[in-house]
Design a protein around this ligand. Sequence first.
Ligand SMILES: [Zn+2]
Length: 153
Amino acid sequence: MHRLVVEDSKLGFSSSHFIAGHENCERLHGHNYRISLELAGELDEEFMVMDFKEVKDKACRLCNALDHRVILPARSESVLIREVEGQIEVRSKGKVYSFPREDCVLLPIRATTAEEIARYLYGELKKELPKLARVSVAESEGSMASYTGSEEE
Ligand SMILES: [Zn+2]
């Protein structure tokens, strides 16, 4: 079994989020998120697990969709999100936010933690990268969450 680790300064996104109920992270704030990927598998006829550039291009496209946006958890039980006349209205713990629709990205996650974002990115990238074994999301240097596709690991 061969493994690739793919990291690149271009693999990331600068986005806003908040985490309902969390002492510090409940207030709207942002991160320069960085992601890294790991692929595992046998070598192809060119003796590669996969072309690095191809992996980076696919991951970069996904990152761009999140970049410079407010990331919202569409599957949260405590954050209520609805669209009103082109605005996204967000209610959380007594606060009400209103953002232009085009400034937001609603992800099918329960909270905008690095863990849940990693799981989302893994699910999206796995469709295009069958050898994907791990997605890691760092909110800041030294604070990284990984998802491997298996709830047991
Ligand atoms: Zn945060």
